[in-house]
Design a protein around this ligand. Structure first.
Ligand SMILES: Cc1ncc(C[n+]2csc(CCOP(=O)(O)OP(=O)(O)O)c2C)c(N)n1
Ligand SMILES: [Mg+2]
Length: 533
């Protein structure tokens, strides 16, 4: 029997074999062969209302599931609408497969309708990016992409495929054997022996756990390592949840918004073991001058005294049995400090203070996955939430686009079918991607959207007040959000008073369907400023 088929069908078959269950996208002429192949496959296509939504949904799916997400779009405008979502995934190393259609090979370079060099546009926001000229090349690149997600530094990978190439026949028997397959993650490369010696000689070590722990599936290894040697653990902002908060070694988040305990440890430790973190400028705000061992799959992010290129699990395995000091005194010293923020939230004022609103939502949504947007509400969530499980608070850490949460919640809800999903979003950010209410309703996802309405771009208003003593263009004259939600067929409620928010969120979560809650909050409340270290 001939092994011939259309390339688009082969793409979908490869994705199917790789375990892909959902593809998030929006169609257009140049990607139609992929849609036709999807129609015949077991993979479910989720029709988002905007390509930005497709990229954020695939990103949310990846963050919540630990697997790569897939988004697809058509040529030109469709592809470029993905840009925000690709950049968001890029900044946080989220594995995202991006497939876009393109104008035919024949017409390439003739400035035909919708032609734009998407690979050039996406180059700085992808870890691999190819224009595919033949089906055979396409299969190899696709398989390379899947291998990369499993074994290398993760991030968005983009394939731009002309429509006529998608439609071409391919003889798959010719290429299957040519694909180089890796069997394990790369590395570790670097002086693991030296790293081991540093840990053995340290009196005050501190682990900083980054999101690489999530992507390399090494949460258990991290916990075992810390427990075995009694080394305290802080996490970066995106890695919150990777270490149990009831473990006595847990210090909380380090960096700009770090806890007192984590920052004290960061400044006073003699050795930092940075695992799966790029040590961003926000994280290093919480550390002093000491030796640093840094482990990361991304060589470019390494800046420690001992640098290891590789994944955290292989590094921890490579250390063997260590003879470390007794860290009891160090842990006692740290115990004077707190892992929670000193923040009052039980105000009874009307209008409700935003911190009270956020606290009620978080208390009611204790066992749900929270999906957070960007703004002052994000800060309240950061300061008030205790994240108990890995990937139970999903947000766009390194890029912070407004409008992330609502579309991302679509992917999160599909990845975490055993959980409720609660979105916390501001009135500004909500209006950037509110059209995805239609997707949420169409799929009847159990997503409770909590809109914190301060009738302004709150955080920007705060910065303007602080820097200029005046505000400008930050007040929002909003639509009736309840009517908007209801026009999508989503039940909704507007709340004004403290006390009722908790009960309403609880009730909405029991309904197991989309629900929209708008909380009117005090527009003048400001978030505490980050620690200046
Ligand atoms: C796409 C995008 N545009 C602009 C910004 C800059 N920005 C960050 S937060 C914010 C205001 C957010 O307002 P809102 O969603 O109402 O949240 P609030 O601060 O009021 O809680 C702005 C304009 C951004 N992060 N992303
Ligand atoms: Mg606002």
């Amino acid at each position: 029997m001939s092994d011939r088929k259309i390339f688009a069908e082969e793409v979908i078959e490869i994705l199917d074999l790789a375990g892909v269950k959902y593809v998030f996208g929006h169609p257009g002429e140049q990607i139609l062969p992929i849609y036709e192949a999807l129609r015949k496959s077991e993979i479910k296509h989720v029709l988002m209302r905007h390509e930005q939504g497709a990229a954020h949904a695939a990103d949310g799916y990846a963050r919540a599931s630990g697997n790569f997400g897939v988004c697809i779009a058509s040529a030109g405008p469709g592809a470029l609408n993905l840009t925000m979502g690709i950049a968001t995934a890029y900044k946080d190393s989220v594995p995202l497969l991006v497939i876009t259609g393109d104008v035919t090979l024949e017409s390439r370079g003739c400035n035909v309708f919708q032609e734009i060099d998407t690979t050039a546009v996406f180059k700085p926001i992808t870890i691999m990016n190819s224009f595919i000229e033949t089906p055979e090349e396409g299969v190899i690149k696709l398989k390379e992409a899947l291998e990369k997600f499993r074994h290398n530094k993760t991030g968005p990978i983009h394939l731009s495929i002309p429509r006529d190439v998608l439609d071409k026949e391919i003889d798959v028997s010719k290429i299957k054997k040519d694909i180089p397959l890796q069997t394990s993650r790369e590395g570790p490369y670097g002086d693991a022996e030296k790293a081991a010696k540093l840990i053995e000689n340290s009196q005050k070590p501190l682990i900083i756990a980054g999101a690489g722990i999530l992507w390399s599936n090494t949460v258990d290894k991290l916990i075992n390592f810390a427990n075995r040697y009694n080394i305290p653990v802080s996490t970066t902002y995106p890695a919150r949840g990777v270490f149990p908060i009831d473990n006595p070694l847990y210090l909380g988040m380090i960096g700009t918004r770090g806890t007192e305990k984590a920052i004290y440890a960061g400044i006073n430790s003699d050795l930092i073991v940075a695992l799966g973190t790029r040590l961003s400028e926000r994280t290093t705000k919480g550390i002093g001058r000491c030796q640093i061992i840094q482990v990361n799959l991304d060589e470019k992010s390494l800046k420690g005294n001992v640098n290891i290129t590789g994944d955290v699990g292989s590094f921890l395995d490579s250390l063997g049995d260590l003879r470390v000091s007794d860290f009891r005194n160090w842990l006692d010293e740290l115990d004077k400090y707190s892992t929670v923020y000193d923040l009052k939230s039980d105000f009874d004022n009307i209008p409700v203070k935003p911190q009270r609103a956020v606290k009620e939502i978080l208390d009611a949504a204790e066992d749900s996955v929270i999906v957070n947007d960007a703004g002052s509400h994000t800060t309240w969530v950061t300061l008030l939430q205790q994240i108990k499980e890995p990937a139970s608070c999903i947000f766009s850490g390194g890029f912070g686009p407004m409008g992330y949460a609502v579309p991302a919640s679509v992917g999160v809800a599909l990845a975490k079918t055993d959980k409720n999903v609660v979105v916390i979003v501001g009135d500004g950010g909500f209006q950037m991607t509110s059209q995805e209410l239609a997707t949420i309703k169409q799929l009847n996802l159990p997503v409770v959207i909590c809109l914190i309405n301060n009738q302004s771009l709150g955080i920007i208003k705060q910065w303007q007040n602080m820097n200029y003593g005046k505000t400008y263009e930050v007040e929002l004259e909003n639509p009736d959000f309840n009517k908007l939600a209801e026009s999508y067929g989503i039940d909704s409620k507007r709340l004004n008073a403290p006390g009722e928010i908790y009960h309403m969120v609880k009730r909405a979560l029991k309904m197991k369907k989309p629900y929209f809650i708008e909380v009117m909050v005090d527009a003048d409340e400001e978030v505490p400023l980050p620690r200046m270290i």
